[in-house]
Ligand binder design. Structure first.
Ligand SMILES: *[C@@H]1O[C@H](CO)[C@@H](O)[C@H](O)[C@H]1NC(C)=O
Ligand SMILES: *[C@@H]1O[C@H](CO)[C@@H](O)[C@H](O)[C@H]1NC(C)=O
Ligand SMILES: *[C@@H]1O[C@H](CO)[C@@H](O)[C@H](O)[C@H]1NC(C)=O
Ligand SMILES: *[C@@H]1O[C@H](CO)[C@@H](O)[C@H](O)[C@H]1NC(C)=O
Ligand SMILES: *[C@@H]1O[C@H](CO)[C@@H](O)[C@H](O)[C@H]1NC(C)=O
Ligand SMILES: *[C@@H]1O[C@H](CO)[C@@H](O)[C@H](O)[C@H]1NC(C)=O
Ligand SMILES: *[C@@H]1O[C@H](CO)[C@@H](O)[C@H](O)[C@H]1NC(C)=O
Ligand SMILES: *[C@@H]1O[C@H](CO)[C@@H](O)[C@H](O)[C@H]1NC(C)=O
Ligand SMILES: *[C@@H]1O[C@H](CO)[C@@H](O)[C@H](O)[C@H]1NC(C)=O
Ligand SMILES: *[C@@H]1O[C@H](CO)[C@@H](O)[C@H](O)[C@H]1NC(C)=O
Length: 459
């Protein structure tokens, strides 16, 4: 049946392999499919899987391979999560590999319920054409992992899921192509999942208001969460209640709140519980205040993204208390003043994006700050474009010799392009466009052997 795939390795490479994984708590390898050996299999479970399969539609007819692999892949999305893996010895994985443009649809047969020990159910990236998430999933009591993302399920999250007391991961995310319209009230039954580590309700609809959050009380019950993604969920009407809920989650490592229509961040908190946080993304909201003071108690943060809000004021010196920061994106805000020296004291920074703000002055201060760092100063990206920066380029710029992306465009930089530019030998992208620079283009620019994009226009 899969002679095509076998005889054509190139085609084989196209096969996405995560469309349907069933992890079974059985200590047997299970496999099924046309002509493939059933290595060892409990007959009842096999029959259940066959009826499950018969009810599904598979428009491509390209079910090509049943693949048995040992490793679980579901830590891939958040490597930073240090969740102890579920004992892999106990259960095995069963996977369909199918062509990239095919997806499962049809009905989900309750025969799945005979798989008493089902721990892992992944129906992501399919097309169930708006059927609701089956209520009977709430009876799969052993489930630890449920992934129904990008599968075009619609309707509310069934309240029966609140009965899955062992559930540790639930992924309900969706996108424009596979909108899972999980309606308001976002299923307060999820609040009963006290063992939940991972909750993803994100969607990237063009209009983020399709999913609105309703009352968020249930969220504060999820005190074990390590990963929370509400990107695209409209939190606009909930005031600061999301923050109070998050403050009940002392183990939280990642918080994603991009495009949530958040307008206000309380500037202070009486106490803060989620200080283990590594990743905070509140980009693309409507925050108009200065930096809240509790940010600087999040001293474990590796990544902070506040881009595309309207955060105001100068960058406060308390930033230096977030000393492990590797990624700082404050682009598209309303920040002003000089780019301060102490930003350069964040020696672990790899990415610094301050574009589209109102910064003035030169960049010498910033570079001075970096002079205290020993190695790896800003090795990936420095974007200061669309500000009001001026003066000539200081020679201390060569300190950032590992930098790959440098954009100083749309400012008021003057003088000529310095010879020492060749010392920034890792540069792949360089832009000085829309400045007031003059003079000739130095030959040394030609020594930037990694350079792919160069923009010197409008000077
Ligand atoms: C769920 O499936 C999607 C698509 O296959 C994948 O990107 C995502 O990482 C999965 N979620 C989890 C928690 O493993
Ligand atoms: C995707 O579908 C088209 C027709 O719908 C087919 O020609 C093509 O071979 C398919 N691609 C793969 C990788 O199966
Ligand atoms: C839930 O997990 C615990 C601990 O792993 C286990 O002992 C128990 O049997 C599980 N419950 C179900 C219904 O599988
Ligand atoms: C949860 O389980 C209990 C006992 O098994 C059952 O009585 C109840 O109806 C279930 N709740 C839902 C919402 O399915
Ligand atoms: C949890 O389940 C109980 C019944 O088992 C129910 O009364 C309660 O409202 C649920 N709590 C949440 C937060 O859903
Ligand atoms: C901090 O978390 C603990 C445990 O979840 C909770 O009891 C406490 O109320 C939380 N503190 C705040 C200020 O929310
Ligand atoms: C933040 O840290 C400072 C200094 O360590 C401390 O004084 C303050 O109470 C902390 N704030 C909160 C909300 O925990
Ligand atoms: C460099 O570090 C020293 C000691 O930590 C400090 O006093 C000094 O202000 C730092 N210089 C810059 C430019 O940050
Ligand atoms: C640039 O590198 C050359 C040697 O490769 C060195 O002589 C020169 O001093 C460097 N320029 C600056 C400004 O550090
Ligand atoms: C470049 O512009 C400066 C004024 O900003 C001027 O003093 C200088 O002579 C100009 N240099 C060249 C080569 O045009």
């Amino acid at each position: 049946m899969d002679s095509n795939a076998k005889s054509n390795p190139t085609l084989h490479l196209h096969f996405a392999h995560y469309l349907l994984f069933l992890y079974l708590a059985s200590s047997y390898y299970l496999s099924f499919g046309d002509g493939l050996p059933i290595l060892k299999c409990i007959e009842k479970e096999r029959r259940a899987l066959l009826s499950f399969k018969q009810d599904l539609t598979d428009p491509s007819g390209h079910v090509t391979k049943v693949d048995l692999r040992k490793r679980v892949g579901f830590f891939g999305k958040s490597r930073l999560l240090s969740i102890a893996p579920i004992d892999e010895e106990d259960w095995k994985e069963l996977a369909y590999e199918r062509s990239s443009n095919s997806s499962l649809g049809g009905k989900i047969n309750p025969s799945l319920l005979s798989l008493k020990h089902l721990i892992y159910l992944d129906l992501s990236k399919n097309n169930f054409r708006g059927i609701p998430i089956p209520k009977f999933f709430g009876q799969l009591k052993s489930l630890k992992y449920l992934n129904v993302s990008f599968a075009s399920f619609a309707g509310e999250v069934p309240s029966s899921l609140g009965n899955l007391s062992n559930l540790s991961y639930i992924d309900l995310s969706s996108d424009f192509i596979s909108p899972s319209v999980v309606s308001s009230g976002l299923s307060s039954s999820l609040g009963n999942l006290s063992n939940l580590n991972y909750l993803d309700l994100s969607n990237d609809f063009i209009s983020s208001s399709i999913i609105s959050s309703g009352n968020l009380n249930w969220l504060s019950h999820l005190t074990s969460l390590k990963y929370l993604n509400l990107n695209g969920v409209n939190l606009g009407s909930t005031g600061a209640s999301w923050l109070h809920a998050v403050n009940m989650m002392p183990s939280l490592l990642e918080l994603h709140l991009s495009s949530c229509e958040i307008e206000n961040l309380p500037l202070s908190l009486r106490s803060i519980n989620f200080t283990s946080l590594l990743i905070l993304d509140i980009s693309k909201n409507d925050i108009r205040s200065s930096f809240p003071s509790w940010f600087f108690n999040l001293t474990s943060l590796r990544k902070l993204d506040l881009s595309y809000n309207s955060v105001t004021g100068p960058i406060p010196s308390e930033f230096t208390s977030i000393k492990y920061l590797e990624y700082l994106d404050l682009s598209g805000d309303e920040l002003e003043g000089q780019i301060p020296e102490f930003i350069g004291n964040l020696c672990r920074l790899k990415i610094l994006n301050l574009n589209e703000n109102k910064f003035v002055g030169g960049i010498e201060e910033l570079l001075n700050g970096f002079s205290n760092c020993t190695e790896n100063r800003l090795e990936s990206l420095l974007d200061l474009s669309y500000n009001r920066l001026e003066s000539e380029l200081p020679a201390s710029l060569v300190m950032l010799h590992k930098l790959q992306y440098l954009n100083l465009g749309f400012n008021n930089f003057q003088g000529s392009i310095p010879e020492f530019i060749r010392n920034l030998s890792s540069l792949k992208t360089l832009s000085f466009s829309y400045n007031l620079m003059n003079g000739s283009i130095p030959e040394s620019l030609g020594q930037l052997s990694e350079l792919v994009h160069l923009d010197l226009s409008w000077n």
